[in-house]
Ligand binder design. Structure first.
Ligand code: NAD
Length: 483
């Protein structure tokens, strides 16, 4: 299943060009060169997609869970059978190492489909008995046409995380992947055709957020929006969708703390802290970007962390030797570099990294940056308050549990956090008090797809994962029957 040079929208079961006839450049971040073109879709394409979804809805929503289960499993199998093609496409589009796309992104995409395909077989609603008088039962009905909008950092992983529960519950979807990383969603449309997904059940419209994305949000027939992306975009989406009472699930930005106590398992903590800081160049919403270390361990931690970070190989995403590939775009790289300059202005000391890497060869024009560690910054500075979403972390010592919790909670975000200690009562005390949707104790990014996933404060509204996602994509209707 190979990428094409000119991508097409997937509407009503067919691959179609955009109504405008216009295309946007798609850049390979590892080379800085345009390598394909994506539809510059607008409200006309979205209108066609919504019409197709609305037409498909009566059959899809009433065909029964077993049929939906079988088709979604087939789709998962096709992705798995084409893992190499999908992984290469994801790497070329996003700049991440092929090894990461092949071991994390694409396997998780087919797992998302399998997880929700099977979950729907076990999904049940409640009943409430009023003794001697009546019985209430709850119907969980699909919403109709729903919008799923995803970001560039884990493209197919997050796109399927949304569309799988939406489709499993019987909705029809108009989806939009990020304009920076459209290729695996395009391959997904080919896979849907091969899997026999009925036309119109899933429609994929490519293009810019404020144009194609906004048209999905605004469309009166789109009943719910599942969005993952930046906090400021989430705010705009809420401002459009809330006044017309659309159901909203918003998974937004983060500024996640790692709290490391001196009694932790040092070796395991180091391995996972390196991963939580720089996996995918720090471009994972769950990456820890503020690291707080109990003072007796601070210097040992700092020296070892700097040493291991300097050892990370930044290079050609196609090479199995590369730990880190390119950042997703030129403007994102400039944004990250801007924060590094700001950190110095704010009095921070860059202990390592932060400089561009000349990879050379094919990758001469790519957006490569050495991962950076900064120390000496207070919690209230912008570097510690704002999401950078790149290979940049700050480190700081703390003296008491109380202080660590105050630092962890001292930002507007609240997505994920990690706590490292062998003192389990303390770990649980801290977990209770951290303002975040996710707390990892002595691990990072260990994911069970049944668990609720999402953030508090400016990191989002609502929860994905497990039953939460199936509940989001259904409307509860209580039926009360007197006897
Ligand atoms: P973004 O907000 O710029 O874009 C996300 C998606 O929204 C893209 O498809 C974009 O085209 C679309 N979009 C933009 N403006 C829109 C509008 N007005 N209407 C409708 N759609 C619009 O985010 P990004 O830069 O692609 O992704 C990075 C951000 O995503 C980071 O802030 C990161 O923390 C966040 N993120 C959060 C999670 C989570 O689970 N909480 C997961 C991954 C990424």
């Amino acid at each position: 299943m190979k990428p094409d040079k000119y991508l097409k929208n997937y509407i009503a079961g067919a691959l179609v060009p955009p109504e405008s006839g216009e295309y946007l450049d798609n850049v390979n971040p590892a080379t800085g060169k345009v390598y394909s073109f994506i539809p510059d879709s607008d409200e006309r394409d979205v209108q066609k997609a919504v019409e197709a979804a609305a037409k498909a809805f009566p059959d899809w929503s009433s065909c029964g869970v077993r049929k939906r289960f079988r088709i979604l499993l087939r789709l998962a199998d096709i992705i798995e059978q084409n893992l190499e093609d999908f992984a290469l496409a994801e790497s070329e589009d996003a700049g991440k190492p092929v090894s990461m796309a092949a071991s994390v992104d694409i396997p998780r995409a087919h797992e998302n489909l399998r997880f929700f395909a099977t979950a729907i077989l076990h999904f049940a609603a409640e009943s409430h008995h009023m003794e001697g008088e009546a019985v209430n039962y709850t119907l969980r009905q699909p919403l109709g046409v729903v919008g799923c909008i995803s970001p560039w950092n884990l493209p197919l992983y997050l796109f399927t995380w949304k569309i799988a529960p939406a489709l499993a519950t019987g909705n029809c979807v108009v989806g939009k992947p990020s304009e920076l990383t459209p290729m695996t969603a395009y391959l997904l449309s080919k896979a849907c055709m091969e899997a026999g997904l009925p036309p119109g059940v899933l429609n994929i419209v490519h293009g810019l957020g404020p144009k194609a994305g906004q048209a999905i949000i605004e469309h009166p027939q789109v009943k719910a929006i599942s969005f993952t992306g930046g906090t400021s975009t989430g705010r705009k989406i809420a401002a459009t969708a809330a006044p017309v009472f659309k159901k909203l699930s918003l998974e937004l930005g983060g500024k996640n703390p790692n709290i490391i106590f001196a009694d932790c398992d040092f070796d395991q903590m180091m391995v996972d802290t390196l991963r939580s800081s720089f996996s995918n160049n720090g471009q994972i919403c769950l990456c820890g970007s503020r690291i707080y270390v109990e003072r007796p361990l601070y210097e040992r931690f700092r020296d070892e962390f700097v040493k291991r970070t300097q050892f990370l190989k930044v290079g050609d995403p196609a090479s199995p030797m590369s730990d880190l590939g390119a950042l997703v775009s030129k403007s994102h790289m400039e944004k990250v570099q801007g924060y590094l300059q700001l950190a110095e202005v704010e009095g921070g000391k860059i202990l390592c990294g932060g400089t561009p890497v000349e990879v050379g060869g094919e990758c001469e024009g790519g957006y490569f940056l050495r991962p950076a560690i900064i120390e000496g910054l207070p919690i209230e500075c912008r570097t510690n308050q704002e999401e950078i979403f790149g290979p940049v972390v700050t480190i700081q010592p703390f003296d008491t549990e109380e202080e660590a919790i105050a630092l962890a909670n001292g930002v507007p975000y609240g997505l994920a956090s990690t706590v490292w200690t062998t003192n389990l009562p303390r770990a649980q005390r801290v977990a209770e008090r951290i303002q975040a949707g996710i707390v990892w104790i002595n691990c990072w990014m260990l994911r069970d797809l049944r668990t609720p996933f999402g953030g508090v404060k400016h990191s989002g509204v609502g929860r994905e994962g497990g039953w939460e996602a199936l509940r989001f994509f259904t409307e509860a209707k209580n039926v009360c029957m007197k006897y």
